[in-house]
Write a protein that binds this ligand. Structure first.
Ligand code: FA5
Ligand code: MG
Length: 435
């Protein structure tokens, strides 16, 4: 029995930007998430996500851009069209916001891949959009964030008509991408027979060429961002040299696949996933002669690197101390944090309901309840202790909640009230027993 996350007074339908959807027992999207839909941060004038998007777009000349695709999609678009197996965890209601059994808030911009390939309007495209996920609560994760999807494909038939092989055609395009002299760690072979296999319809030569085009394009993008970030400091700060690396990855809709990571504040930050597009996606989109690459990046992650923005919640701020720092017209300037307000840590410990199976509890439910009670006044929620009773085998968990506003000092009374509400809702929703 899975946990119901919507409020008990759930209506039978929900209206999203004028479109009405029938809800059913799959509905788990809270009002706080629906309220984020009209914000469209990535197209707001002078918003840091808009500036970041435009800077990235400028490195992909000739790619067709899409910035207004509707966030409600079918499970066929979000999962099936991309080859997600029926039992993939991403489909779970613990991970994805459903309106009904067949309708979700897109969890990634890849939901639009098949339709965009089918439209076949350009060799390259970029899709920027808001995406929605039930996920951890911390400084680099937020349940609504923004992705940019990019893809570039080549036509086999056109290549052979030109008298060159497909690989030769692609290598000629690789030469058109600006070169750089940053050392990028990339220790793994492009193709690994077990971990990162070639697709049956591709030759190794073709994949080497496509991978080179993909990696060169994305390295150029990250280096552009880094150089812009450095010039934004006016040479006032000596920042660390850029450190970038490629790591092997897995996605159901690309093979081989890679992620790009950047060294940021003492750890590797994953900024994008990418790979060679699965041929069945192109076949099903009626463009079987096309082959190519795709990537999906987190716009907030890139914007945090660009501006030195320390907390992902800030993007949602309506505070002019935040918004007034960004301008599309002026020179780029590093974000100057307004003073950091004090943190307040509070723990909550509870026994999981004894009569329910182990699968009835999912950490994302705790995260979402914290978001629902506290909005942006919660900075971080993390598991600090786990204990299993030796006799009863009941499990006890302790979460540490960090209450902190980005805009002011919270009073004791306020944090106590929030924490009390959180405790009450954990019991009501998850059936846990407080310790
Ligand atoms: C995807 O979403 C794939 N669709 C990416 C892709 C596209 C792969 C095309 C291959 C081809 P992933 O779940 O790793 O992959 O998310 C992509 C990026 O989104 C991450 O690298 C990260 O930068 C960002 N991201 C993921 N989750 C969050 C979150 N909760 N908050 C902010 N950014 C996030
Ligand atoms: Mg990832």
């Amino acid at each position: 029995q899975s946990i119901r996350c919507n409020s008990s007074a759930s209506p039978n339908e929900v209206v999203v930007e004028g479109r009405t959807y029938k809800t059913d027992e799959w509905m788990n999207t809270p009002a706080s998430i629906l309220d984020a839909i009209p914000r469209r941060l990535h197209v707001q004038p002078d918003h840091p996500l808009t500036i970041t998007r435009k800077l990235i777009e400028s490195r992909f000349p000739g790619y067709k851009t899409h910035n207004e695709l509707f966030p409600v999609v079918t499970t066929a678009q979000n999962f099936d069209s991309l080859g997600f197996p029926a039992d993939h965890v991403g489909r779970n209601r613990t991970d994805t916001y459903y309106l009904n059994k067949h309708t979700v808030l897109r969890t990634h911009t890849s939901a639009h891949q098949a339709d965009t390939f089918r439209a076949n309007e350009s060799e390259g495209y970029l899709i920027s959009a808001d995406v929605y996920r039930r996920d951890a609560v911390d400084r680099s994760h937020y349940p609504v964030f923004h992705q940019m999807e990019g893809a570039r494909t080549w036509d086999r038939a056109a290549a052979s008509a030109s008298g060159k092989s497909l690989a030769e055609t692609i290598w000629a395009d690789v030469d058109k991408i600006p070169k750089h002299d940053v050392v990028v760690e990339d220790p793994n072979p492009t193709i690994h027979p077990d971990r990162n296999p070639l697709q049956a319809t591709h030759s190794a030569d073709e994949v080497e060429a496509i991978a080179a085009h993909l990696k060169r394009s994305l390295e150029d993008m990250v280096i552009t961002i880094f150089n812009a970030a450095q010039s934004a400091t006016d040479g006032a700060e000596v920042s660390e040299p850029l450190k970038v690396r490629w790591v092997e990855a897995y996605f159901p809709f690309t093979s081989p696949s890679w992620e790009l990571e950047v060294w940021w504040q003492g750890e590797w930050l994953e900024v994008l996933g990418s790979g060679i597009v699965s041929q069945p996606i192109l076949d099903n989109a009626s463009v079987p002669d096309r082959v190519g690459w795709a990537f999906g990046l987190g716009l907030e992650r890139i914007a945090m690197l660009l501006y030195g923005i320390p907390d992902i919640r800030l993007f949602w701020s309506k505070d002019s101390r935040f918004l007034s720092q960004f301008s599309e017209a002026g020179p780029l300037r590093t974000f100057v944090p307004f003073s950091k307000f004090p943190a307040c840590f509070k723990d909550v410990s509870f026994w999981l309901a004894a009569d329910k199976g182990p699968r009835s509890f999912h950490e994302n439910d705790v995260m979402e309840i914290a978001r629902e009670v506290c909005g942006d006044l919660v900075e971080d929620v993390r598991l600090v202790d786990e204990f299993e009773h030796p006799k009863t085998a009941r499990r006890s968990l302790c979460y540490r909640v960090n209450y902190r506003s980005l805009e002011r000092t919270l009073t004791n009374e306020e944090t106590n009230t929030l924490h009390e509400k959180l405790r009450t809702l954990l019991v009501a929703r998850l059936g846990v027993e407080l310790r």
